[in-house]
Design a protein around this ligand. Sequence first.
Ligand SMILES: [Zn+2]
Ligand SMILES: [Zn+2]
Length: 171
Amino acid sequence: MHVAVLRRVVGTTVKEVLVGPFDPSDELGPTALSTSRIVEGAEMTMDIVLQSASRSITLAGTASAPWSGLCSRCAVHVSGDLTVPLDELFVEKVGEDDDVYRIVDDAIDVGPAGREALIVGLPLLPLCQPNCQGLCPSCGIDRNEASCSCAAPKDDRWAALDGLRSLGEEA
Ligand SMILES: [Zn+2]
Ligand SMILES: [Zn+2]
């Protein structure tokens, strides 16, 4: 978006609500870290306030988009609307620090700031409900819907000791 008007008088603020495709270049697939991702083809809404300083523009507000993923305990589909806060700085000149957003020809591209904040804000371990009971590791039954008679899971810390014990018996 063009920011020439904003920059003419330092301290000018502009409020904008922008809606556009979250992933216009179709480059942002799911990450290996988590099953959660922004819904494919979804729109991103940015509700922002821009304010000019002498050689920079600050962006504050929120970005939101629908997301979906799998419950990290029972693997059912979960989805919702993700809204994340934005607090970004766009600068005219970039010195040593290349990791900042730029003002180029009196214009800024706010999309990347919204996309980045949304991706960072995705839940790493989504849950279908806060107290999801998960699946039984023995029989796979969904403990939210039914109970089973499997024994309580064995404490892994004793597994190594079991190995030692059986070796001793063979000797
Ligand atoms: Zn669950
Ligand atoms: Zn079970």
